[in-house]
Write a protein that binds this ligand. Sequence first.
Ligand code: ADP
Ligand code: MG
Length: 492
Amino acid sequence: MGAATAFGAAFATAFAAGAFFAGARFAPDADALVAGTFFDGAFFVAGSAAFFAGAAFAGAAFAGAAFAGAFFVAGFAAVFVEGADFARGVFRSAITIACLCVPRNLWHARAHPANGAQHRTPGARRKPRTPQNDASPMFLPTPRPLPLEGASLTVLGVESSCDETAASVVCVDAAGAWVRSDVVATQVAEHAPYGGVVPEIAARAHLRAVGPVIERAVRDGGGWGAIDAVAATAGPGLIGALLVGLQAAKAVAWARGLPFVGVNHLAGHLLAPFTRVEGEAFTAPAFPFVGLLASGGHTAIYRCDDASTMRELGATRDDAAGEAFDKVAKMLGLGYPGGPVVDRLAARGDADAVTFPQALRGRSVEFSFSGLKTAVATHLGKHGPPATEQALCDLCAGVQRAIVETLVRKLLLAARLEGVPRVVLGGGVAANRGLRAHAAAECARAGVTLVVPPLRACTDNAAMIAYAGAVALRAGRLDGLDLDARASWPVG
Ligand code: ADP
Ligand code: MG
């Protein structure tokens, strides 16, 4: 294990521990935890030293054990020095650190069959776990049972996979998935100077935001008494960002004795059209449908047969559609995020003035957007930067057309191949007016029903995570406090 891995593990561990305390402060007896946190600070340093020593001499597994061990020693010391309440806080930390998935996460992420480490097959499914079939201490204290089938189920959802820290309370009853609160703290301003999302900045910003965001969502959503369970995005996404929301949510569930479940972010996006706000126009798609998810991090097409049966039909081989918008905007000096700016300028441009190639035009439902970036760079190299405002608008219109036509063509191709005459748009790129207009026109021509959810449901949000969590819990899934965050996690 190299220094970089040790540093990465320590960094992630520190963030995960911080996120845990952010969540644990929602315990009804938070005072003892806060007192314990004081001790944790001091012993965190000792723990880190043990971690580095362990990492240097014996590898990641030992380092994780040494780290947890340091907290246990601290807990015993606290019994004698400060009494049981302090000790309880420290012991709680020890248990948490012990079940922190961080060293395992990094171990898995960096494991390579060549060095003899265990390697988990990507997409390998974890066995469904319940408190009944799993005696793991990670389930202590035993979570409160779910409301009976048929009764309403209210779930607190937490999302932190990329650059939005979000929390939401959703109440699922026979009439639908009602959004009681929907809080989103975006980090766009923090990443703007870099022209894209910087993972370390994202993790730090999540850590600052996660406590207040959860607090507001719970307050606006009817208070702690209303909440039956907790769900959080467990992947895919930026590992440091995911860890913060996931750890905080696990800590909330643990501190409040609530059932917990980890949710796939992409499945959440596909279920987003089913979340509804009182008074808002609402059209839910009927199953089965074909969904296009196009954001800054993902671009893929899925078939959804019901709320828990989804299959990927095709995805991008390189850049995501939102990433293509952002990279082109960066080349043109239009700032970040580029999608909305290109959208605005394209509305005043002539898409026929400059045409860009559209990759993989055949009968494939896969995408490739990296060539577009190169084509724009070549165009700029040959013609120089647009000399007039109109030339800039024309260029944006050309780029937008290449992206939008590709997305819609492949979505309709997938619908035809699947024999499903219903399509749904999702992800941040679904905000694009050109995409909405072109999709509406092409779907009308092909006799396909199009559902475009409201913008709040298209971009990253936690209401979709809460609802996906409710679906998973109703299907009998339950996760422990040792649930890993997963940078990559295919749907289905
Ligand atoms: P993620 O956080 O995974 O990137 P989001 O759902 O937050 O996904 O979407 C952000 C992406 O959506 C960015 O790449 C942004 O450029 C793009 N986007 C937002 N609005 C528009 C728009 N009007 N036109 C095109 N792209 C857009
Ligand atoms: Mg985002």
